[in-house]
Design a protein around this ligand. Structure first.
Ligand SMILES: [Zn+2]
Length: 397
């Protein structure tokens, strides 16, 4: 089937002047944790579809953390038409990633109770390769997905728009790896987590209202902070040594301030609270309690994420599920954060809130002409490539 559709551009924001990659840089490679051998079946409650009143909204929205979708020139944008348009950087990336990427998106469907198939889609809109995909003139409107074998997993949050102050940013990216024993110790679950970022979700544990005053002076919470063991991070020694020599003024900050950690590419940036604009209505003092955290979120890291040590999961050939990793974060009461292999009902609600409410109705600018549209100059080539090596190109899933 050749789809003829158009896209608008929307974008999500990130935190600093530089667009933000959520997810690990090099360190989700070393996640450790025990997990169930099979993915859980999950269900969505009725709250997954609508929020009945303001009280419910204030309560529920405190339990996921998203960008704040806006129109106009803001960088906080969501995918237009609730469709993630993507392409692969190379044909081998496509061959390696596409089947599990589809499986991961299915985890968000939850057998009809998750993200509605007719509304929330991923569509491969360009063939793989430099000229077709990542050097495409419409690069800023398309998620470029690449593959690596070293366990690197990271994704831009939402669809950040171009920013004149950050010329290195060309468009949204997703970096995926099928290295076993990393992240959530389940390859498809890892991909589903990254898809969550692309829809616009931040890490659940980075909600500032859950963190103690040391980490968040405004509206501190009572869930995290007392048992954040920055030194347990696998890259702590390397980064701290570098900082002592090159940025001594940051020595006391990189374990408490996300911006400082991020500025030196320290993995603590994936744990520490995000104190810039996010959509979280947990702004009442005392709201950041254990009951406010979505402990089932696929966007919540397990305690050993990024910690020193090794782990193996069901995807590890011949490997037993084991966890020899140091705990980076425990709840203040000492309880470990578990691994979640499927999106939670609130993860799904968070995305639906992002796309189905809160926008001001303004049409997003920038409608690309996709190669699967007959008026595109790439149309003939698109058809040829589709026949040759990209079956399924242009078909949403
Ligand atoms: Zn992540």
């Amino acid at each position: 089937m050749l789809l003829i559709r158009t896209l608008t551009t929307a974008c999500a924001i990130l935190v600093h002047s530089v667009f933000v990659l959520a997810g690990s840089r090099a360190w989700e490679t070393q996640l450790t944790h025990r997990l169930a051998a099979a993915r859980h079946v999950f269900s969505v409650d009725t709250a997954g579809h609508a929020v009945a009143d303001a009280t419910a909204e204030a309560h529920l929205t405190s339990r996921y953390l998203t960008i704040v979708p806006q129109s106009g020139v803001s960088r906080e944008k969501v995918w237009p038409d609730s469709t993630i348009s993507f392409c692969f950087d190379t044909q081998p990336s496509r061959d390696k990633l596409l089947p599990r990427l589809k499986e991961a998106m299915e985890l968000w469907r939850s057998n009809g109770d998750g993200l509605p198939r007719e509304t929330y889609k991923m569509v491969e809109v360009f063939p793989p390769g430099a000229s077709d995909c990542f050097n495409n003139p419409q690069r800023d409107k398309v998620l470029v997905i690449s593959y690596n074998t070293n366990g690197r997993l990271s994704t831009t949050v939402g669809l950040p728009s171009l920013d004149g102050t950050d010329t290195s940013y060309k468009g949204p990216t997703m970096t995926l790896s099928d290295k076993p024993g990393v992240g959530l110790l389940d390859i498809v679950a890892n991909y589903a987590h990254e898809i969550g970022h692309s829809w616009g979700l931040y890490h659940e544990h980075q909600n500032p209202h859950f963190w103690e005053e040391n980490y968040n002076r405004n509206f501190p919470g009572f869930v995290f902070g007392a048992q954040f063991n920055c030194r347990a991070l696998a890259d702590y020694d390397r980064v701290m040594n570098w900082v002592r020599t090159n940025k001594p003024e940051l020595v006391n900050d990189i374990c408490t301030l996300r911006g400082a950690a991020s500025s030196v590419n320290f993995s603590a940036a994936e744990w520490l609270p995000i104190t810039t604009a996010t959509r979280s209505h947990a702004t009442r003092l005392g709201q950041g309690t254990y009951a406010d955290v979505d402990w089932d979120s696929i966007m919540l890291y397990p305690s050993g994420a990024g910690g020193s040590g090794t782990a193996s999961g069901p995807d590890t050939p011949g490997g037993l599920v084991r966890d020899n990793r140091a705990n980076v974060l425990l709840r203040n009461d000492g309880i470990k954060l578990k691994i979640n292999l499927v999106p939670s009902p609130l993860d799904i609600q968070g995305i639906r809130m992002l796309y189905e409410t809160g926008l001001d109705g303004t049409v997003f600018p920038g409608m690309p002409v996709l190669p699967n549209a007959p008026q595109s100059q790439f149309y003939a080539r698109f058809r040829e490539i589709t026949r040759r090596s990209c079956p399924g190109l242009g078909e949403p899933f």
